[in-house]
Design a protein around this ligand. Structure first.
Ligand code: H2B
Length: 94
């Protein structure tokens, strides 16, 4: 899979909320009311990630989850990162 170029990244970022392109990954920090809600969201995201065969790099500290997305196999950002980002946002608001 070919990594997106800068124009494609900018275009795809416009369709997302609160995500930033940092270096060669997408980054966002989610904040939850408590640890259980944060971990529950991570469990739901894990199922999406398995379905996509595309997995987040993330760190959970109590009610916060710092997420970084990139396509390791492609050495950059691809459609899969933006798909997973959208699904993460969808599970966050639902
Ligand atoms: N996740 C992410 N974020 N990037 C990848 O390149 C990737 C992945 N590759 N999940 C998949 C798994 C690959 O390693 C397996 C072998 O399909």
């Amino acid at each position: 899979m070919q990594p997106y170029d800068n124009a494609q990244i900018e275009q795809a970022l416009r369709e997302l909320d609160g995500w930033q392109c940092v270096g060669n990954h997408l980054a966002k920090t989610y904040t939850f009311p408590n640890f259980v809600r944060a971990f529950g969201w991570m469990a739901s995201v894990a199922l999406c990630a398995e379905r996509l065969n595309h997995h987040p790099d993330w760190k959970n500290v109590y009610n916060r989850v710092e997420v970084q997305l990139s396509t390791h196999d492609a050495g950059g950002l691809t459609e899969l990162d933006f798909k997973l980002a959208k699904q993460m946002d969808g599970l966050f608001t639902s």
